[in-house]
Design a protein around this ligand. Structure first.
Ligand code: UD1
Length: 364
């Protein structure tokens, strides 16, 4: 009998866990693979990391690198130093990375120097904005990956335009949507959203471009002030945003908004219960643009660009940038019932992890 192929699956930050979960499950079920789950520790608070393992029923990571927060260079370097030791000890047949965070870049770069094949899940997304740290992570990871799994056709087109051979690219769909489909019945039954009454908008903000600069953040708060006069806004606050909110001027403005309800970061089931039942979602997250599209919930993206244009062309997403008047105007339109209709993009059907495992089974 052939020995099981050893696959290292890397997760590091909050948006990674929902992308890794279905792949881990499909690999474990298949029997021809030995998945080894590595958690870099880029995120480490229980509500940014550990609670997702509990929510999904994932086993604790096989290896925890515990790198924590630091500047980009230091965080990336620490992950590389620790992950190199793991690769040398474990001698995996392949390293699988997901998404676009610093852990994705650090682990793929480490594997490539050790001549270990790399698979990148959620490959090919491009905002064409190199001021976003994630864009640099995407470009480099894709340039050195051997298996590029894309969520949509524009991802494939971007990779081909960058000269990546078509035979390395596989259009398989979206593993984050696998997770959503798996837990949708549980989310639907949770009733967590009722804590906030019948009508609310949900807000998430954490992009450095929105929350690290005082001017842009204050502009967004101006829009939120208009919106919260018409509808309650529930705002689970990311730790980066919490740091920025210690600025006295920002603190004062937030305190004045009675209908802006702050909470800490939430677990997956509670957060998705809020998404599913929201009148509208305002966000600068990548993944939430996709989840709202699948759930048919109106989404306003507070960014000037998106690496996920399919959520606009096919889904419920509208890009509103950071202009306060535009944000407020679009939110009011939705509250008045003028909602954009969308459809679910191809292969966002809950079977993406199976497609990925099939490719690996055939080619590894
Ligand atoms: C990271 C990702 C971003 C992703 C986001 C999701 C990169 C470059 N950025 O951004 O793509 O959308 O995660 O959350 O990889 N902190 C805590 N507890 C934690 C983690 C972080 O308090 O568990 C605080 C620290 O003060 C830290 C700050 O949050 O300095 C930012 O964390 P970091 O991982 O550097 O970036 P994110 O903004 O979370």
């Amino acid at each position: 009998m052939k020995a099981a192929k050893k696959i290292i699956l890397v997760a590091g930050a909050r948006p990674n866990f929902m992308k890794v979960y279905p792949v881990y499950k499909a690999l474990a079920k298949n029997g021809k693979f030995k998945p080894v789950l590595v958690h870099t520790g880029q995120h480490y608070d229980s509500n940014m990391s550990g609670n997702f393992f509990k929510d999904f029923g994932l086993p604790a990571p096989d290896i925890y690198l515990g790198v924590g927060s630091a500047s980009h260079a230091v965080q990336t370097a620490r992950i590389m130093m620790e992950f190199e030791k793991v690769c040398l000890d474990e001698k995996p047949d392949i390293v699988v990375v997901v998404g676009d965070v610093n852990s994705t870049l650090a682990c793929s770069l480490t594997a490539s120097k050790l001549l270990i094949p790399i698979a990148h899940i959620e490959s090919g997304l491009r905002s064409f904005d190199r001021e976003m740290p994630e864009e640099i992570n995407r470009l480099i990871t894709d340039a050195i990956s051997d298996y590029l799994f894309v969520t949509c056709m524009d991802g494939k087109r971007n990779l081909l335009n960058e000269g990546i051979p078509g035979k390395k690219i596989f259009f398989v769909g979206n593993t984050m949507i696998d997770t959503l489909k798996t837990f949708k019945p549980r989310i639907g039954n949770s009733g967590y959203w009722k804590k906030y009454g019948k009508e609310y908008a949900l807000l998430t903000l954490h992009r450095p471009s929105n929350v690290d600069g005082r001017k842009t953040f204050i502009g967004i708060l101006k829009a939120l002030d208009v919106i919260q006069k018409r509808i309650k806004i529930v705002f689970p606050v990311h730790p980066r945003t919490m740091n920025s909110m210690s600025n006295p001027e920002i603190k004062k403005k937030i305190k004045k908004m009675d209908n802006l309800i702050l909470t800490g970061p939430l677990g997956y089931m509670d957060f998705m219960s809020l998404v599913m039942n929201a009148k509208l979602v305002l966000t600068d997250s990548g993944g939430i643009q996709e989840e709202t599209t699948v759930l048919g919930v109106p989404c306003l993206t507070l960014r000037r660009n998106t690496e996920r244009p399919v959520t606009i062309t096919e889904g419920t997403n509208i890009l509103v940038g950071d202009d306060p008047d535009r944000i407020a105007r679009e939110a009011v339109r939705i509250m008045e019932g003028r909602k954009k209709k969308g459809r679910i993009p191809r292969y966002w059907d809950g079977k993406t992890a199976d497609r990925i495992v099939k490719v690996l089974e055939e080619r590894l």
